[in-house]
Ligand binder design. Structure first.
Ligand code: PGA
Length: 248
């Protein structure tokens, strides 16, 4: 059995007071969780949140990581810097970064490599747009995105990544893939991982993301290859995030 991971993606939300209140609320409601838990917070708050989650079951994550280790890359944050703040995870290739910041499959693959090389676990996001789904291209698109990363990390990297399938049309829209729709894509991704390395491929956590909420989390996470969730909106309310953790 793969352990489940429930990871919050706060996106560009929060503030010193709101973060403290949210994390206090989550910590107060955690009752012997049986899954991995993470919050991926905006970079300026890594230091604050590192202190707030210390000693709890909550791991810290960032929302992006540079494909470079250091140097003249204005605005970038390296994996080494993230490590100094106790980051276990970094989201890589979120669809908002792919679409608003032009991140290519190649760039996402390089960021994944840098994260792994520095001991940060990348949560690699993949997913199709609505028009791609309607054109019957879901498996092609997701397959291409996954292949780019696998080609860069090789079988050795498999044990060091998390993948998140996030259909772009389901993110922040309240539309969720049905458990069966999501499972179909997760199974395709799993097949690729297992083809690269049978044992390691079976162990990779594949999360679902896209309007996962307390009322649909259990059904989604009970599918064979859905190993948790990457949660946007519902991770900003302690009660909702806790309910999803309980469902896992
Ligand atoms: P959502 O976001 O849960 O608000 O749809 C998920 C994500 O973008 O990671």
């Amino acid at each position: 059995m793969r352990r489940k991971l429930v990871a919050g993606n706060w996106k560009m939300n929060g503030g010193l007071a709101a973060n403290a209140e949210l994390l206090a609320g989550i910590k107060a409601g955690l009752d012997n969780p049986r899954c991995d838990i993470a919050v991926c917070v905006p970079s300026p708050y890594l230091s604050q949140c590192a202190k707030d989650v210390a000693g709890s079951a909550i791991s810290l994550g960032a929302q992006d990581v540079s494909a470079q280790d250091s140097g003249a890359y204005t605005g970038e944050t390296s994996a080494k810097m993230l490590l100094e703040f106790g980051c276990r995870y970094a989201i890589v290739g979120h669809s908002e970064r792919r679409s608003y910041h032009g991140e290519t499959d190649e760039a996402v693959a390089q960021k994944t490599v840098r994260a792994i090389a520095n001991g940060v676990v990348p949560i690699v996001c993949v997913g199709e747009t609505l028009s791609e789904r309607e054109a019957g291209k879901t498996n092609d698109v997701v397959g291409r995105q996954v292949d780019a990363v696998l080609a860069a990390i090789g079988a050795d990297g498999l044990g060091k990544i998390v993948i998140a399938y996030e259909p772009v049309w389901a993110i922040g829209t309240g539309k969720t893939a049905t458990p069966e729709m999501a499972q179909e894509v997760h199974a395709e991704i799993r097949a690729k991982l297992v083809k690269l390395d049978a044992q390691a491929g079976e162990k990779v956590q594949i999360l679902y993301g896209g309007s996962m909420k307390p009322d649909n989390a259990k059904a989604l996470m009970s599918m064979a290859d859905i190993d948790g969730g990457l949660i946007g909106g519902a991770s900003l309310k302690a009660a909702d995030f806790l309910a999803i953790i309980a469902a896992a």
